[in-house]
Ligand binder design. Structure first.
Ligand code: BG6
Length: 491
């Protein structure tokens, strides 16, 4: 059911030939079409340096969908989508060419949204071109995506280039994790349920774990990844965004500014990992060859096009402290890596144990209650509690049981949309809540910079771990030194 019909847009995709467009944007647009979410006058204009006409672009779209869509393509919706497609052959370095684009657009009736599915080195040229033909005036919008810099300084440069032509309310910065249903549900879980609302601080919570584990390696992206590493690729954006939503205080309302204001406070309160506390708080790893699902996979430095001397990290585990009243004394343990045994993103909230153990005679140690939020796959929420093992025995023997909610058990499988569908739709509606502000990007980079500078100065190599395992064994120490263990993820 469509609850809100969007305004008519001309969605201009710079980088129409690229991987992001083919893998993510086109499938998302097809799904939006199928779900009747696109305004009838909305059009999609691919831009690229190719002598394509719109019919050739149609064939590329069909081919991309057949490769990247899991479900069977419905010809009716595919044809409908194709009627919206146009192509503009344009070299963004030639400002005079932009007039060709202007001539295709329907600026009078449609909102112009320019999606930059290209590397940031081209953002400046595109902005200049759009500015030259007044495609930056309100209500035009732009959508940009990471990598938004490699450090605070370069992120500032990118933001400055863009904001020379577009105001902050016109800029939609994607972090695709913010488009995931399960991330959005965190707000509901935390702020609509008294049980959690009232028990979300250092009086009740012992610690938090956030894991983003990936089975994949570098997937032909060595050139990009080796300059980036897991800290820049995953921690600066996805992990810090999740952390800030888990940790933020209740916003005044659900408006963009109210939510951003609370997230920023968390990013500012992160204790820096510096030369003094580095060794106790962070471990970096790199995969060596190993087995995944019985298949041998090469080490990071033996991937295609690899540089054999690379010290780039493919795994990171860290302990993060938030210096505010709510979280003082509650560590957040984060870990993420490539070539781990499974693909899974989850948040584990570990509650404190009861002060007194009434069941001491038969249960020397009570395990703590845990709230496990599985972001993907098998999306769901599990509450682990202690329960009396049923028996006629008068002694209380306790065991852990799971109160389980799985999206797949209760909801229509189509209710979990892909993140890009949601984000494209929100950009068409002009709602910025699920996009990252300039301040957030820059605050995260400031925090990450200290880690990267310290690591660079140490000139150490990351610890090796065998592909298909949970990272270097030293990553266990990060949490075990505090008398805790990583939550065991089993699927
Ligand atoms: C991207 C990273 O932002 O997120 C990739 O650049 C990573 O390296 C991907 O694989 C993971 O996203 P998801 O949604 O599959 O967990």
């Amino acid at each position: 059911m469509v609850t809100k019909i969007n305004e008519a847009c001309d969605l201009v995709i710079f980088g129409a030939k690229g991987d992001l467009t083919r893998r993510k944007l086109l499938p998302a647009l097809y799904q939006l079409e199928k779900n009747n979410q696109l305004h009838e006058n909305t059009r999609i204009i691919g831009v690229g340096r190719a002598n394509w006409n719109k019919f050739f672009f149609h064939s590329i779209v069909k081919e991309s969908l057949s490769v990247f869509m899991k479900d069977k393509i419905n010809n009716f919706y595919l044809k409908k989508l194709c009627t919206r497609l146009f192509f503009c052959n344009l070299d963004v370095n030639h400002i005079e060419n932009f007039i060709k684009l202007k001539n295709i657009l329907n600026q009078k009736n449609n909102i112009i949204i320019s999606y930059f599915a290209v590397p940031p080195s081209i953002f400046g040229a595109i902005c200049r071109g759009l500015g030259a033909i007044q495609l930056n005036t309100p209500p035009t919008r732009i959508v940009i995506e990471k990598p938004l810099g490699t450090c605070f300084k370069t992120s500032q440069e990118i933001n400055n280039q863009v904001s020379k032509y577009f105001k902050e309310y016109q800029i939609f910065r994607i972090d695709h994790y913010l488009g995931k249903e399960t991330i959005l549900n965190l707000l509901t879980l935390r702020f609509a349920n008294t049980l959690f609302f009232n028990n979300w601080d250092n009086k009740i919570i012992d610690h938090v774990q956030i894991t983003i584990a990936e089975k994949v390696g570098i997937e032909g992206r060595w050139g990009y990844f080796d300059q980036s590493g897991q800290i820049r690729d995953m921690v600066q954006n996805h992990l810090l965004q999740i952390l800030s939503i888990v940790a933020m205080s209740p916003p005044k309302n659900l408006n963009t500014n109210s939510i951003r204001k609370e997230k920023i406070k968390i990013l500012r309160a992160l204790r820096h990992i510096n030369p003094i506390n580095f060794n106790k708080n962070i471990i970096l790893g790199q995969y060596s060859s190993g087995q995944l699902n019985g298949i041998s996979v090469p080490s990071y430095i033996n991937e295609d096009n690899a540089n054999n001397n690379s010290n780039t990290e493919t795994f990171v585990a860290m302990k993060v402290n938030i210096d505010n009243h709510r979280w003082s004394g509650v560590p957040f343990y984060l870990r993420t890596g490539k070539r781990l045994p499974i693909k899974c993103s989850e948040i584990v909230i570990s509650f404190k144990k009861p002060i007194m153990n009434l069941f001491n005679d038969n249960n020397k140690r009570l395990s703590s209650n845990k709230l496990i939020i599985t972001l993907q796959p098998n999306e769901g929420i599990t509450l682990q509690i202690l329960n009396k093992v049923p028996s006629l025995n008068s002694e209380h023997i306790l065991n852990n049981i799971d109160l389980n909610f799985k999206y797949s058990d209760t909801l229509d499988k189509n209710s979990l949309s892909d993140a890009y569908e949601r984000l494209l739709l929100e950009s068409m509606k002009g709602i910025q809540t699920l996009f990252v502000s300039r301040e957030e990007v820059e605050e995260s980079w400031k925090w990450i910079d200290t880690i990267i500078h310290t690591w660079d100065k140490k000139q150490k190599s990351p610890k090796l771990y065998t592909a298909g395992t949970w990272g270097p064994h030293e990553s266990k120490k990060i949490i075990q030194q505090d008398g805790r263990i990583w939550h065991n993820i089993n699927y």
